[in-house]
Design a protein around this ligand. Structure first.
Ligand SMILES: [Mg+2]
Length: 122
C-alpha cells in the first residue's frame, strides 16, 4: 500500500483527509505546521503528501520547496483554500503534481491522488 503524509494546521482537515484516503492509502504521518512537516517528511519518506498552503511558522510554498530540494521526485498534492489561485499556480510551477481546493469533494481528492500513481500518467 502506498504511504501518505497529511500536512495541515487544522486538525479537522487532517482528520477529513485521513478518512478519505485511509481505505486506499496508509497514512504514516501528520504534521500541523511547516517545521514539523519538513522534519517528519525526511524521517518517513512517504510516497505522497497532501499539503496545505496557509500554516504557522513555514507556509506550504516553503515546505514544498524544502521537500523538493532533497527529493526532486516527491509527489505533492496541494490542498488550498479558495482565493489562492496565484499561490496554487506558483506551487504547480515549483513542482507540485496537482491541487485540490477546499471545501473539497472526497472524490476529487481520491482522483488527484490516484492519478499520481496511474501507469498512464503523462
Ligand atoms: Mg491552513
Amino acid at each position: 500500500m502506498k504511504t501518505a503524509m497529511i500536512i495541515d494546521d487544522a486538525a479537522v482537515m487532517r482528520l477529513r483527509l485521513r478518512d478519505i484516503l485511509e481505505p486506499r492509502y496508509e497514512i504514516i504521518a501528520e504534521a500541523e505546521d511547516g517545521v514539523q512537516a519538513l522534519s517528519l517528511y525526511n524521517q518517513c519518506r512517504p510516497d505522497f503528501v497532501t499539503l496545505d498552503i496557509t500554516m504557522p511558522k513555514i507556509d506550504g510554498i516553503a515546505v514544498l520547496q524544502g521537500i523538493l530540494l532533497n527529493n526532486p521526485q516527491a509527489k505533492v498534492v496541494i490542498v488550498s483554500a479558495v482565493g489562492q489561485k496565484q499561490t496554487v499556480f506558483k506551487a504547480l510551477s515549483l513542482g507540485a503534481k496537482d491541487f485540490v481546493v477546499k471545501p473539497f469533494d472526497p472524490e476529487r481528492v481520491r482522483t488527484a491522488v490516484d492519478r499520481l500513481f496511474a501507469k498512464t500518467l503523462t
